[in-house]
Design a binder for this molecule. Structure first.
Ligand SMILES: Nc1nc2c(ncn2[C@@H]2O[C@@H]3COP(=O)(O)O[C@H]4[C@@H](O)[C@H](n5cnc6c(=O)[nH]c(N)nc65)O[C@@H]4COP(=O)(O)O[C@H]3[C@H]2O)c(=O)[nH]1
Length: 833
């Protein structure tokens, strides 16, 4: 049987290039071919006849695959010896193959593929086994490397930071988890098998993209773009997308696509664009410098403010903008703050390209890198020239008068304090001159504020020209100017300055074609004689000015203590006068006016009386100036008009023809609606205007000829009589007599008193009578006290008179009595013989 085996297998085995050995049923090696010797390093002579076939493979005795096949019960044993490694051979029944690694073989181990097949006798009984060995180390190594590569790629595929998809005919066949993550799906599986249409916002987008992309794949072998796709939840997502076809000829046949989520970049890009737009369009000038403090970029506001074009400053140091106004210490402090606090902010003077120096509000910030090193300096600044100017203007206005530019009370007070301090040491005097323009309010009221303002400016200019630069001219407000003289050797020296001021206002001012006469009243108070503090001195100068006004305006007065007492009295009277109307303290008395030829009483002058409830009666010459100055004359005058009308009505009702004369002050002419008041009183009482005569003084008329003209014309048109009181004491301009629509002149009492004894007074009285007659005006003599006066006046042609001779001012009832007595012939003879 052995012969048979040998003859059947012998030559076959030894000639085979495949390592082969044969064992018999006793598990002794029978053949060990040359290839086996070479592969396993054991010669046939050493092993044939032994059962050491395990030796090349294992460290200790155990069955090899051939032993298991020869055992006849291989199915039972093989799982024990070759777990998970074996499989029955498909080609030879009963044979098994396996692959295993043998660390002892070769250099560094060897992978062997071994196949063991049973050898049977003619009866089919297993008589041995043949095992072939194949060195598959190289293949295994290649497989391992391939597997490694595949594993590596799988890891890359699964963990890639980009989405990767394999697409065929626009259907995703495979994709990685990142792809699902980018588009908001739970797993890659959710995308597999689906059309790429779901990545687009609309079917149209999908179609158009498809055409473009696949055309590109075909034309250039790849496609690369940034595209706005859609996530599963409908949110848009920007992707950078690269695609490559497996076969460029047939891109639809399969292509690999890589998607990167660039939403964040896009947002950043958008923000950068926004930042750059903001940088460029910022109203503030912006300048960016590198760590070496070289300018790297500037915006258009920078160009506008500095005048430098970007090319002129880029690469330069910002010190190019320096004005030279700040010293090295300033910049050193700036840098210290900047580097410690990473920020500096402040105001700085810089120079524009055109050389102009300007103030700017500058803030510099330090930008540092992650390591804390300075990366950039960013400077932002705005030109604060305008604000500075506004601040300066505010500063100026706080101490100056906006209209004239003169110092105001605040600055005057400060300057006074300094001057007083100085004067105290040198023993010199200071003087405050209080100048108040005469009739300024009327200019304002009748010609309007712009004209009033222009007049004030003109006066300020004149004062500036007239006085020394060392004299401080200030305006307190309204028409009040105060001049502070610092170098006054003695109080009398102020006269020169006061005269200069008067002189500078002599010439009229022309504004908008209107010629206005300016004049002012001046009051002087001296430091330290009249007071040592500013408020006291100012108040005393004011009082003195007031005195000047009372003395006929256009003059100046030094302060003296009597004035103060008068001023105090005026103040008290003013507050009492305010209450007088409400307390019904006023009354009217009437002084008869008589025809000196016939003795007939044809009218009466209404004269105001004030009897304070808790005091003595006060004469009109005392309280009327206070009422005028405070404006109280307006309501009081209104009361007088109504009361006089009511009396006229009573006389009319009693069948008496009595003309009532009403005194009207200048303020009523210029600042009240006199016509309306008269009309109201006339409406209330029904007294015809011809029964009423309005008396005004000469000086009232000339204050504002234009305005007076208007009012007088209106009065005349309304039918009132118009009389000029105190004629001869004022301007007595013949021109205005002609111009105004007057009815009557009243010769002032001062001429009548001595008319018999004083030739001059007589001449004046005569002249007035003649003027009146030649202008066809009635003439009334005031203050006729004696029969002689009356006779003389009558002889000279004055037929009407008023005075104690005919009757003192009296209550209306008393005058009624007089009238009744006249009518019954029992009264005194009013027409002197
Ligand atoms: N020595 C003397 N005096 C005589 C004689 N005859 C009359 N008088 C006084 O002379 C003044 C005449 O009034 P006037 O010139 O309008 O002067 C008035 C007038 O300008 C003003 N006045 C009086 N009542 C009013 C009024 O209702 N409104 C206004 N605005 N002023 C008034 O007050 C001034 C003074 O008024 P009175 O004190 O009432 O003084 C009155 C009167 O009492 C006389 O023979 N001898």
């Amino acid at each position: 049987m052995i012969e048979t085996l040998e003859t059947r297998v012998g030559e076959l085995v030894s000639g085979s290039p495949v390592a082969t050995f044969v064992i018999d049923s006793e598990h002794h090696v029978r053949y060990w071919n040359r290839a086996c010797e070479l592969m396993l390093g054991i010669l046939a002579d050493e092993i044939v006849g032994t059962s050491d076939q395990w030796r090349p493979f294992y460290p200790e005795r155990r069955p090899v695959m051939a032993d298991l096949v020869a055992s006849g019960c291989i199915e039972m044993l093989i799982p024990t010896y070759y777990p998970d490694k074996y499989r029955p051979s498909k080609s030879i029944p009963g044979s098994y193959e396996a692959e295993d690694f043998f660390p002892h073989l070769g250099q560094g181990g060897m992978w062997l593929h071994f196949t063991a097949a049973p050898i049977r006798d003619e009866h089919g009984c297993v008589i041995g086994a043949i095992e072939t060995l194949q060195d598959i180390t190289e293949r295994k190594e290649a497989e391992r490397r391939l597997q490694e590569l595949l594993d590596e790629q799988r890891v890359i595929f699964d963990n890639a930071h980009v989405g990767i998809a394999y697409i065929q005919d626009r259907v995703i066949l495979r994709c990685n988890p990142r792809m699902a993550e980018i588009f908001g799906y739970d797993s890659a599986q959710d995308l597999v098998g689906r059309k790429t249409a779901m990545l687009y916002a609309s079917a149209r987008d999908w179609r158009e993209n498809g055409i473009r992309l696949y055309h590109r794949l075909e034309a250039q072998g790849f496609s690369e773009d940034e595209v706005l796709l859609q996530r599963r939840d409908g949110r848009p997502i920007w992707c950078y997308r690269v695609g490559r076809p497996l076969d460029p000829q047939q891109p639809h046949g399969g292509s690999i696509w890589v998607y990167s989520d660039i939403n964040a970049q896009k947002r950043q890009q958008h923000q950068l664009e926004l930042a750059s737009t903001v940088f460029e369009n910022s109203g503030e000038a912006l300048m960016m410098c590198d760590a070496d403090n070289r300018i790297i970029s500037v915006n258009s506001a920078f160009v506008r403010i500095t005048g430098y074009a970007p090319a002129e400053v880029i690469g330069q140091s910002p010190s190019l903008l320096k004005s030279g106004r700040h010293d090295a210490a300033f910049y050193r402090r700036m840098w210290e703050t900047l580097l410690v606090e990473n920020r500096w902010e402040g105001e700085i003077w810089d120079r524009r390209k055109n050389g102009e120096i300007y103030p700017k509000r500058l803030s510099i910030s330090v930008v540092r890198d992650e390591a804390g090193r300075v990366a950039h300096f960013v400077g932002a600044f705005s030109d604060v020239t305008r604000r500075k100017q506004a601040e300066e203007r505010v500063q100026f206005l706080a101490r100056h008068d906006a209209l004239t530019g003169l110092p105001n009370r605040t600055l005057l007070r400060e300057r006074f304090a300094q001057a007083a301090e100085h004067a105290r040491h040198t023993g010199r005097h200071l003087a405050l001159l209080f100048l108040d323009l005469d009739h300024f309010k009327r200019v304002n009221d009748s010609l309007g504020h712009p004209v009033g303002d222009a007049l004030l400016v003109a006066v300020a200019d004149r004062l500036r020209h007239a006085l020394y630069g060392t004299d401080m001219i200030s305006r307190l407000g309204g028409d009040e100017f105060v001049i502070l003289l610092e170098h006054v050797p003695c109080p009398e020296d102020v006269v020169t300055v006061a005269r200069k001021i008067e002189a500078c206002m002599d010439a009229p001012v022309e504004i908008d074609g209107q010629v206005l006469s300016v004049g002012g009243s001046i009051g002087v108070a001296i430091y330290p004689g009249d007071g040592s503090d500013f408020d006291t001195l100012l108040q005393k100068a004011d009082t003195a000015m007031y005195h000047s006004k009372e003395c006929g305006r256009g003059t100046f007065s030094y302060f003296d203590e009597k004035m103060n007492a008068k001023a105090a009295e005026r103040l008290v009277m003013h507050s009492r006068l305010r209450q007088a109307l409400g307390r019904d303290e006023f009354s009217l008395v009437y002084q008869p006016q008589v025809n000196m030829r016939t003795g007939r009483i044809f009218g009466a002058e209404a004269l105001l009386r004030w009897t304070p409830r808790d005091g003595e009666p006060v004469g009109p010459s005392r309280f009327i100036p206070v009422a005028e100055e405070s404006g109280l004359i307006l309501p009081i005058g209104e009361w007088v008009i109504h009361e006089a009308f009511r009396q006229a009505r009573r006389w009319r009702d009693a069948g008496l023809s009595m003309q009532v004369s009403i005194n009207v002050s200048g303020l009523q002419i210029y600042r009240s609606d006199l016509i309306a008041t008269l009309a109201a009183a006339q409406r209330d009482t029904g007294v015809p205007p011809r029964m009423i005569e309005v008396e005004l003084t000469e000086s009232t008329l000339v204050e504002d000829v234009h305005a007076a003209h208007e009012v007088l014309d209106a009065l005349k048109r309304a039918g009132y009589g118009l009389a000029i009181d105190d004629f001869g004491t004022g301007y007595s301009s013949l021109a205005y007599l002609k111009r105004f629509p007057l009815n009557k002149l009243k010769i002032d009492r001062s001429f009548v008193t001595d008319v018999c004894s004083n030739a001059e007074d007589r001449a004046i009285a005569r002249a007035i009578i003649q003027i009146a007659r030649s202008l066809n005006l009635r003439v009334v003599a005031e203050g006729v006290e004696t029969v002689e006066q009356a006779a003389l006046l009558r002889r000279h042609g004055c037929h009407e008179g008023q005075g104690y001779l005919f009757g003192r001012p009296m209550a209306a009832q008393d005058l009624d009595g007089l009238l009744e007595a006249r009518a019954s012939g029992t009264g005194p003879a009013l027409a002197p013989g």
